[in-house]
Write a new protein. Structure first.
Length: 113
């Protein structure tokens, strides 16, 4: 059973940066698509960014140009570099491993204006 462990959340001011990490157990990491999703209070979970096994990426319009998703297959880790954070980026961020259907426990990101 794959386990995903996220880290890197925190409380920052608008305009600052954070980097989230998601480390997966097991040997399937390099074969799967990973995504970062977020859920704000009272809202549905939404896709933030995804990265395919080959490295192709996709982003929600609201984060394009500010967030960067990357992966390190040697470390079984996916990253989300978040720059110029805005109040509306506040929420719980979840890592997803698509094919195996695994989700992390979530990490809180709070941006104060």
């Amino acid at each position: 059973q794959v386990q995903l462990v996220e880290s890197g959340g925190g409380s920052v001011r608008a305009g600052e940066s954070l980097t989230l990490s998601c480390t997966a157990s097991g040997s399937l990491f390099k074969f799967d698509t990973f995504g970062w999703y977020r859920q704000a209070p009272g809202k549905q979970r939404e896709m933030v960014a995804t990265i395919l096994p080959g490295g192709a990426t996709d982003y929600a319009d609201s984060v394009k140009g500010r967030f960067t998703i990357s992966r390190d297959n040697a470390k079984n880790t996916v990253y989300l570099q978040m720059n110029d954070l805005k109040f509306e980026d506040t929420g719980v961020y979840f890592c997803n491993m698509r094919a195996v259907g695994a989700w992390g426990q979530g990490t809180q990101v709070t941006v104060s204006s």
